[in-house]
Design a protein around this ligand. Structure first.
Ligand code: ADP
Length: 375
């Protein structure tokens, strides 16, 4: 039945088109009213489902159920993040542009010696923007974004998890350029010596490593033939599939996996200037009385805060004017609510504390100097 649907709905040249599914179907600025927009959304969804069915049918040696699950749970649609949404982290952005975005957009320039890396690790304290960075890389490089975590791959049925991993890589190749983003990679690629490692996580890890190796003809060694074959597979382009991972616990990653992450980018706590930009951004659409000296003070008293601590602080401070009102809030006109002030931040600071300790930071810095990529 999917063939029938396909014939009705998809123009010939759309078949097997690689890239994010459905993203090309409707140009937003051509929509005059919301009814048409709703129709367009429905169309987009239908088109996406048809394309998914078609892709699943075309994959060989891949479990169909597993492939369906990948589309349902792991391919991320919508809700795009852009570079500008992320405060600071200029060197990380630059590094990601060079390693991923440019090679994905101009594959012709990145061959041979300039062949793009297959693995990049973002490590650092929690809440520093690693996930945001990964999502913006997907947006900026116009890639299909697969977001996986240990729980999304773990199945209680023996062997099912490996099928999911195989389906994941097969679909990523088919829809390349693709980014397979693995959050908390340490929970999938934990050290082999870990006594708690059970049979099922060992199998997931091994299958993941095998599939990952098969991506690159240069790095694959004994898998070269397999990689070459997959290169010939209709439109699959495995030179533009990247495993991008994030971790707060870089030291617990298995050594074999660590080596495969050719680039390891440290994402540190935000510096003063970055905190300033983030506060400005967060307050930009709020009524507030903060002057430049107030912002300077805010930056000073939030030394050691992560990006997510800053977001939590600003959210809490924004509640200050409402808290003052108590029940009166229900009948107060919006315009009569007082603006947010430095005083609100100061009172929130009494219970919102930095989530990373000094000792914790030292551990990251040490790991970064031993294993991190410079730049
Ligand atoms: P991580 O993956 O490093 O744990 P996230 O990317 O999930 O952190 O960030 C958590 C939240 O913190 C984000 O949703 C955002 O609100 C905020 N945040 C963190 N870093 C930044 C940043 N550099 N710029 C803007 N917001 C940030």
């Amino acid at each position: 039945t999917s063939t029938k649907k396909t014939n009705q709905r998809i123009p010939e040249q759309r078949k097997f088109k690689t890239g994010p599914i459905g993203s090309e179907s409707v140009a937003k600025n051509t929509l005059p009213n919301s009814e048409e927009k709703d129709d367009a959304e429905v169309d987009k969804k239908v088109l996406r489902e048809i394309l998914e069915d078609e892709i699943i049918d075309s994959l060989q040696g891949v479990d169909k159920q597993a492939a369906k699950q990948i589309f349902a749970e792991i391919v991320v649609h919508g809700d795009e993040v852009h570079w500008d949404d992320i405060a600071g982290l200029e060197s990380a952005k630059y590094s990601l542009k060079e390693a991923v975005v440019y090679p994905f957009l101009r594959p012709d320039l990145f061959r041979g010696l300039r062949e793009p890396v297959r693995g990049m690790l973002l490590f650092g304290p929690p809440g520093t923007g690693k996930t945001m960075l990964a999502r913006s890389v997907a947006t900026e490089s116009r890639s299909t974004f697969f977001s996986i975590s240990a729980s999304s791959l773990t199945s209680k049925y023996l062997g099912e998890s490996e099928k999911l991993v195989r389906a994941l890589f097969a679909i990523a190749k088919k829809l390349s350029p693709s980014i397979i983003f693995v959050d908390e990679i340490d929970s999938i690629m934990g050290s082999r010596n870990n006594e708690n490692e059970n049979e099922s996580s060992r199998r997931i890890k091994n299958e993941f490593l095998v599939q990952w190796s098969s991506l690159s003809s240069a790095a694959a060694g004994s898998n070269k033939e397999e990689a070459d074959n997959s290169n010939n597979d209709d439109k699959g382009d495995d030179t533009r599939v990247l495993v991008l991972a994030a971790t707060n616990l870089p030291w617990s990653i298995d050594e074999a996996a660590r080596r495969r992450f050719v680039r390891r980018q440290y994402i540190p706590l935000p510096e003063g200037q970055t905190r300033y930009v983030q506060f400005k951004k967060l307050l930009s659409c709020q009524k507030h009385t903060l002057t430049e000296p107030d912002f300077d003070e805010l930056v000073k008293i939030t030394e050691g805060f992560s990006g997510s601590d800053i977001t939590s602080l600003a959210k809490d401070a924004a509640m200050g004017p409402l808290r003052d009102l108590g029940d009166k809030l229900l009948e107060t006109e919006r315009d009569m609510i007082r603006p947010i002030g430095l005083v609100d931040f100061k009172s929130s600071l009494e219970y919102i504390k930095p989530s990373v300790s000094q000792d914790g930071l030292v551990k990251y810095e040490e790991w970064a100097s031993q294993f991190g990529s410079s730049g």
